[in-house]
Design a protein around this ligand. Structure first.
Ligand SMILES: Cc1cc2nc3c(=O)[nH]c(=O)nc-3n(C[C@H](O)[C@H](O)[C@H](O)COP(=O)(O)OP(=O)(O)OC[C@H]3O[C@@H](n4cnc5c(N)ncnc54)[C@H](O)[C@@H]3O)c2cc1C
Length: 512
């Protein structure tokens, strides 16, 4: 008695009014939305995480094979993601490619996050691939094919391929100037790499963008798993990481030993080259975290609508309503910010995307763990049990804040971008002021004042980034949401009319 039924049989796309209506991927989004809301899709996600990938370093004759074996559920999910074009829509949609991709990636992250890793790397790889036109000519059609083929076959025999990125070494992940893997030029214009990578996710991918050191400095290289003659490149997978979450995704330690590689971009400019890819994976994190917030909220609301305590549904209790309303505001503001950023990418508004991508990456990643904990608590004891999706989401939640630039590093990146130009920030502040809401006008002034201080700015970087993120979210809520939700968001997040936890909205504004 009194157990909530599972949340299945809904469409995560058509039932979500926060997603902008977009023709180019409507059919795909409807299909994906149905998968997200289906028992079968949710079962695939649970199984892919319960039955973890296993490393096979050698075959039975002792030959190195360096492969990873996955549960069939993982392959089924990858088939859905790559077959459905989640990785390719940005580059292939008739129009509004980034918004199309954002729609699909937002939905995908409501289903399963381990597979989101190879999806986002393959999507983002195009930015670096195009800096190596000869490689791009051959590889881009297969990167953008809506096909998934997990077999370790020679490149020529594959319809679709996946791409990874391997930068982090033992001695440094944020500070990539410390890369020690060495590259030696060969007589035929290729390079041989020797060294290691301490983190390399999705090591079964068909090729990697990686960093190694030339006399000119840290340089970007392309490392395919299969060589032009069809043999395997040396790519030694030493271990898989035993991780807190993200368990369907294989994350490995690898070694290069005279591994054949091709130069990408200019020697010594490797970090600047590969950061183009990281800029796009950071964008995906903004979108993906918004999706995860949405599913956390959906799960909490569903439970509260079905479970009774003290004589009525949980959702009918005033204090629970405050918690649910606050969760909803958080998830809606994140979605609106994510789709706003996608639109800016489509409009090629580089000044905006340059600053808003790290700002939103930092903020969403900080809010997601808070949200998952609160949503889990709404489910009571059931929330802490593995069968409820929230336990998995909870373990997953901190990861986006760590990879692709951890919190502090991202905030310092915002400062670096502002030191070069404040054009993007000024555009965002003008939007805040343009709402005509006195609280947002004062908020914009406070951001300018903090920035003008200069002294101690590094130590204040988190504060500054948080203020920008909240200001942009509030602007979007005022402009795009219902007047009540816009007002609640501004009152609680900008004017300080709330406590430090979720569920502390002022009761007068809630009931008005
Ligand atoms: C599951 C998983 C998968 C991963 N997959 C990949 C992958 O496929 N490819 C890849 O290349 N990497 C991958 N990584 C590595 C990841 O990108 C790095 O862990 C991350 O960039 C942080 O680097 P680090 O671990 O060396 O930490 P550090 O660089 O040692 O940083 C530690 C902490 O110090 C902070 N910090 C650093 N510099 C400063 C500063 N100047 N001021 C203030 N604070 C600072 C950081 O914000 C961070 O919180 C993966 C990591 C995980 C957890």
């Amino acid at each position: 008695m009194n157990q909530a039924p599972p949340l299945t049989g809904y469409n995560a796309f058509s039932e979500n009014t926060w997603i902008p209506v977009l023709d180019p991927v409507r059919e795909k989004a409807l299909a994906l939305g149905a998968l997200v809301g289906s028992e079968a899709g949710q079962e695939l996600a649970a199984n892919a995480n319960r039955h973890e990938p296993e490393l096979r370093t050698h075959d039975r004759y002792g030959k190195r094979i360096d492969t990873v074996e996955f549960h069939p559920s993982y392959h089924a999910l990858m088939q859905h993601a790559f077959g459905g074009g989640v990785h390719s829509a940005a580059w292939t949609a008739r129009s509004d490619g980034f918004s199309a991709h954002a729609t699909l990636f937002y939905l995908w992250n409501q289903l399963e996050q381990g597979t989101a890793c190879p999806v986002t790397m393959t999507f983002a790889s195009i930015a670096v691939l195009r800096q190596a036109p000869e490689i791009a000519r051959e590889w881009e059609p297969k990167v953008l094919a809506n096909a998934y083929d997990p077999r370790p076959l020679p490149f020529a025999q594959k319809q679709g391929v996946t791409i990874g990125m391997a930068m982090t070494e033992k001695q440094g992940g944020s500070d990539l100037r410390m890369v020690r893997t060495e590259a030696r030029a060969t007589a035929n214009g290729e390079y041989l790499l020797t060294g290691h990578k301490w983190f390399c996710s999705a090591p079964m991918s068909d090729a990697f963008f990686t960093l190694a050191r030339l006399p000119e400095g840290v340089t970007c290289f392309f490392v395919p798993r299969s060589l032009p003659d069809g043999t395997r490149n040396t790519f030694l997978i030493q271990r898989l990481k035993d991780k807190c979450g993200n368990r369907s995704n294989a994350s490995s330690e690898i070694e290069y030993r005279d591994t054949r590689a091709w130069l990408v971009g200019e020697p010594g400019r490797g970090i600047a080259t590969i950061i183009e890819m990281a800029h796009l994976t950071r964008f995906d994190i903004v979108v993906g975290t918004a999706g995860m917030m949405r599913v956390a909220f959906d799960q909490a609301l569903h439970h509260a609508r079905h479970r009774e305590a003290f004589g009525k549904k949980l959702s009918e209790h005033a204090l629970m309503q405050n918690v649910l309303a606050d969760l909803s505001l958080e998830a809606e503001a994140a979605a609106r910010l994510a789709f706003h950023l996608a639109r800016a990418f489509d409009a090629k508004e580089a000044a905006i995307t340059r600053i808003l991508t790290p700002v939103a990456k930092y903020w969403h990643c900080k809010r997601l763990p808070v949200m998952t904990v609160e949503a889990m608590e709404v489910l009571g004891g059931n929330g802490y049990v593995e069968e409820a999706m929230l336990a998995r989401l909870y373990r997953e939640a901190p990861l986006n804040g760590i990879w692709e630039g951890s919190g502090n590093v991202i905030c310092l990146d915002v400062l670096r971008s502002l030191a070069k130009s404040t054009e993007g920030l000024e555009m965002l502040l003008a939007e805040m002021q343009g709402t005509g809401d006195g609280r947002l006008v004062r908020h914009a002034t406070a951001i300018r004042a903090l920035l003008a201080k200069n002294e101690g700015l590094e130590a204040s970087a988190r504060r500054l980034v948080e203020m920008i993120a909240l200001g942009v979210q509030a602007t979007l809520m005022v402009r795009q949401s219902s007047s009540k939700d816009g007002e609640l968001f501004v009152a609680s997040r900008i004017a300080g009319d709330s406590g430090r936890q979720l569920g502390t909205l002022s009761s007068s504004s809630l009931s008005s």
